[in-house]
Design a binder for this molecule. Structure first.
Ligand code: FEO
Ligand code: CA
Ligand code: CA
Ligand code: CA
Length: 737
């Protein structure tokens, strides 16, 4: 969800707990090194030399389940006319394109489940599409229903259902009267709310160019916050994951607030748990109960749950059954085996699912760290080299991460028959790194493990094992003074260059000086007006990119590919990428490269420019790190002195290479993107249309801020619904070309 001025539920979506006073890296490192006489080890070798040429191996990777089928020649310009900014309650695409709505909140996933009435009376929610469709991946099926990397007409979509449209505890569109907004919450309402979170797998098929989902497919699946899952990787068995449900800390229940996604080189789905902390209740006395020596107390604060924190939906209040009590994260029992004091530690991971096999449990891949996960971007695998995955922690002033597997890539695993075993092999053992950006345009990946003495000897939080690093990752990253970023969202690997891109969606806490002061990688502070309201900080966000000689390198070069901005903003301070009416945007969030065209698709989740346009998706032909130049920005500190910030900016934009492709209906976010292997059908999610509808207007559809998708002819009722759409070209061509 966006950061800037939206619904009251935003407080639960933007945890803000990084109060570390990380100064610039150079100062910090110098101080720590001299104070402790510790060395970073080989991972800490400072990168000052220019990096060698990027090792490119092309993009056609053969026919493995995790592989793309091929890539077209580079485009020199985008093959469509830009769509204008829009406030209409519909999906707008360029001339020559079609939009079909195929899969919305409440759609039945079993033959026996009733059609969706969309009036708050629907039941059987465990067998319906969940809410707030977010990240999504495509898993092809051949004509016989068997896995196929090349099928462009039949597939499974694996979909995140991140959250729900809520105001004051309730998830209001799914309850007849909007639901109860005080405690205790009714169990019947909470049961529905639990079921609409999690993941779904749904079979889809195209017949004569018309896509639809298949209600009766045996592949259809729901994973909810109550589905049993398996803990994998270094944190398995940790004392910090012991619960009444799983005293040996090997199992847990469910996945929650799933935002970005990824597809592994061995053909499974991975999903990031993002704003899970907000679902937990801690009463005001919980710190006293735990005692001063309980390391969980500072960890809970660092992960957004100080004592007295109220939960987003009050699920813990719905009764004495275990499925409700577990959302109380207080140390209320005799010990950790008798309560759910550790329940929150079982969330915050990347989870892996085999979309093709509904019988296999989802696994929490704890080796990839615990934070507000978004997407997982896998570098192109190279035989004999480790698997490398890039990730971000989406909260203000949080960090960017990289995981490097211990196992070396075996090309046979692209067609592994046991895909989850391949996941065990590549994701359960490896090394996690956090990014530090320097002001000379280079950067460093710093190892987060007990091998790094700064982590192992950290005076602020005692790490006893790599399990502790996996569970309390943010505290380890604080210790090494990683760079505080402007809310890392989705990442993507440019298939033509191997460079890693990451959206930094916005940061209302960025300041000229102070704890989150401007730095080279987060260099903008400015004011933007939305009507009569002034927003300050990095209001519109930017996209950073990183180039390495090899994905496993611990040093890199970086620049800022794109500064998001309104077109009429000052070109010397704010609109630094020269955006125009055809491509101006705010709050880039989703970012996916097409494996067919190499185009970079950018999606927004914005609250700052929504006085002029609904959220959107743009297509880009990106260049490469270093194709622009150095830029020095000048600011005034609070004491009146000048602060100069050097940054590195990609080449100036133009509508030939960056163009608005789609604008969504009112109050939505555009998110999730996957495509058929031929690039001729693209699947997108429209999340939470109508979310700013006042709850008091639940009985008055004419007051809904959106009636999409019903107003586009999809489904019963008028209540707005999150939904998957598919975009095709009327001439049958490749999208964007
Ligand atoms: Fe769920 Fe960070 O967006
Ligand atoms: Ca967002
Ligand atoms: Ca504005
Ligand atoms: Ca997001």
């Amino acid at each position: 969800m966006t950061d800037t001025t939206r619904s009251s539920s935003d407080i639960f979506n933007n945890e803000d707990s990084n109060t570390t006073q990380n100064p610039h890296l150079e100062d910090m490192m110098a101080a720590r090194l001299s104070r402790r006489r510790l060395l970073l080890g080989s991972a800490g070798a400072v990168a000052t030399t220019a990096l060698g040429s990027i090792g490119l191996t092309g993009c056609a990777t053969g026919a493995g389940m995790g592989a793309a089928s091929g890539m077209s020649a580079p485009l020199s310009s985008l093959g469509f006319a830009a769509v204008g900014k829009s406030l209409a309650d519909k999906v707008v695409v360029p001339d020559g394109y079609n939009v079909q709505i195929i899969y919305a909140l409440g759609d039945p996933l079993k033959a026996s489940t009733a059609a969706f009435k969309n009036d708050g009376t629907d039941t059987d929610w465990d067998n319906r599409a969940g809410d707030h469709h977010d990240g999504m991946e495509y898993f092809g099926l051949d004509a016989n229903g068997k896995p196929s990397a090349n099928s462009a007409s039949r597939a499974l979509l694996a979909v995140n259902h991140e959250a729900t449209t809520d105001q004051k505890l309730s998830s209001f569109f799914i309850h007849t009267d909007g639901g109860k907004t005080s405690l205790p919450r009714p169990a019947a309402e909470v049961d529905k709310e639990l079921s609409i979170h999690g993941l779904s797998v749904v079979e889809i098929e195209a017949k004569a160019g018309q896509w639809s989902y298949k209600q009766t497919s045996s592949y259809n699946r729901r994973v909810t916050p109550t589905t049993e899952v398996v803990i994998s990787g270094p944190a398995k068995g940790s004392e910090h994951l012991v619960t009444l449900f799983s005293p040996d800390a090997t199992r847990a229940r469910g996945t929650l607030n799933n935002c970005g996604t990824g597809k592994t080189p061995w053909g499974t789905f991975v999903s990031g748990e993002e704003n899970w902390f907000g679902y937990f209740h801690r009463d005001a006395k919980d710190n006293d109960r735990r005692g001063k020596n309980d390391q969980q107390v500072p960890a809970l604060v660092r992960y957004g749950r100080p004592a007295g924190a109220a939960s987003r939906h009050g699920w813990e209040s719905a009764g004495t059954e275990d499925k409700y009590v577990r959302w109380n994260n207080g140390a209320v029992g005799a010990n950790a085996k008798a309560d759910y004091r550790n329940e929150m530690n079982t969330f915050g991971y990347v989870v892996e699912m085999d979309a093709y096999d509904p019988t296999l449990a989802v696994r929490k891949r704890t080796g990839l760290g615990r934070f507000a996960h978004e997407s997982v971007s896998f570098a192109k695998p190279v035989v004999g080299q480790p698997i490398v995955a890039y990730m971000g922690d989406d909260a203000r002033n949080e960090y960017m991460y990289k995981f490097v597997s211990a196992a070396k890539w075996d090309a046979a695993d692209a067609n592994a028959s046991n895909r989850m075993a391949a996941g065990d092999k590549y994701l359960d053992k490896g090394t996690l790194y956090v990014a530090s950006f320097k002001d000379d345009g280079t950067g460093q990946w710093i190892e987060l493990s007990m091998n790094n003495p700064i982590v192992a000897a950290n005076p602020d939080f005692e790490f006893k094992s790599d399990a502790d690093v996996a569970i309390f990752t943010r505290l380890a990253a604080d210790a090494v003074s990683a760079t505080k970023m402007d809310r890392p969202e989705w990442g993507g690997i440019n298939p033509r260059t191997g460079e890693f891109y990451m959206t930094l969606t916005n940061n209302s806490n960025r300041t000229v000086d102070g704890d989150a002061s401007l730095d080279s990688a987060n260099p903008r502070f400015y004011s933007d007006m939305k009507g009569s309201k002034e927003n300050k900080g990095n209001v519109h966000g930017h996209i950073i990119r990183v180039a390495s000689g090899k994905p496993t390198d611990t040093t890199f070069k970086w620049d800022i590919y794109l500064f998001a901005s309104e077109a009429d903003a000052d070109k010397s301070k704010v609109n630094l990428s020269n955006l125009t009416d055809e491509n101006d945007m705010s709050a880039p969030d989703g970012l996916v490269f097409s494996d067919v065209t190499g185009l970079c698709w950018i999606q927004t989740d914005d609250g700052a420019y929504t006085d002029k346009t609904n959220c959107m998706m743009l297509a880009a032909i990106p260049g490469k790190v270093g194709d622009g130049g150095k830029k020095t920005l000048s600011y005034k500190r609070s004491d009146g002195s000048e602060k100069r910030v050097d940054t590195y900016i990609g080449k100036s934009q133009s509508p030939d290479i960056l163009k608005r492709f789609l604008v969504g209906p009112v109050d939505c976010e555009i998110t999730g993107l996957c495509e058929t292997p031929d690039g001729k059908a693209m699947f997108i999610n429209i999340q939470h249309p109508g979310e700013n509808t006042p709850m008091a207007d639940i009985g008055n559809p004419s007051k809904f801020s959106s009636q999409w998708p019903a107003n586009a002819g999809y489904g019963a009722g008028k209540r707005p619904r999150s939904a998957t759409i598919v975009i095709t070209k009327k001439d049958g061509g490749v999208i964007g070309s």
